[in-house]
Design a protein around this ligand. Sequence first.
Ligand code: ZN
Length: 243
Amino acid sequence: MLAELSPFPTRRDQQPSGEGQATVWMSTSTSRRGRTMTRRITGCAMVAITAVIAASAPGPTFKAEAAAPSAGHPLIAVTVDDIPAHGGTAPGETRLDISRRLVAALRAEGVPARGFVNGSRAEADPDGMAALEYWASAFPVGNHTWSHADLNELTAGAYGEEIARNEPLLERISGGDWHWFRYPYLQEGDDPVTRLAIRQYLASRGYRVAGVTMAFDDWKYNDAYVRCAVRGDQAAIAKLEED
Ligand SMILES: [Zn+2]
C-alpha cells in the first residue's frame, strides 16, 4: 500500500505527530465532478492518489486502506473545504446530489475525511443546508469561517467574528469535535500582529489548525465544468477530465 490512512484525529491525544511519522495534510474543495478531480490527482503524488481517488464516481482500481497510526508510516488527513458549496451547479444537479456522491465515494473506498464548513453557504439555501447536513451525518466537520473570509481583508476582530458566527451551526450539525480550523485561501495573514492575534484567538476557543501539505486546485475546474454541462459538451468534459 502506498501509505496508511489515518482517521482525521478528533481528540488532542490523537493529533498526528510524533517521531518517525510524516503527516500529510491534503485538501480539496467540494467538487461536483469527482471524476475530474480524480483524473487530475492521479497525476500527482502517490499518497494523494490513495486518498482522493475515492471521490471518483466510476470505480477506482484500488481501495484506500484505513489503518491505525503506526510509527514510521506517513499519516494522511483527507479534508474537503468549502462545504457545502463551491461555484455553480450543473443543470439538474443539486448540492445534495454532490454531497451524496462524495460521501458515497469516500465511504466505498474506506477513506476517512473531514469537511470544513462555510455556514453562509447553507444559511439561505435549503439545498446547501441539506448537502451540509448530509455530509455532517457521515463525516466530521470543522470551521472554515462563516463566509470564507480572507484574513488579509479583515481586521482581527472581524475575522474572529467570522469564526465565532460559524460555531452554532457546527455545534448543531456535528456529532463530535468540530474544533478544527482551516484558513480560507490558506491565508494565515500577512500582518504579523493580526496573524498572531488570530492564532491566539483560535487557541483560546480550543481550535487546532488544520494545515495543508498537498492541495490540487481542483476547485478551478468547477465553473469550467458547469459551462460545459450547460452546453451539453461531453467532449469538453472528457477533455477536462484528462487534464
Ligand atoms: Zn475554502
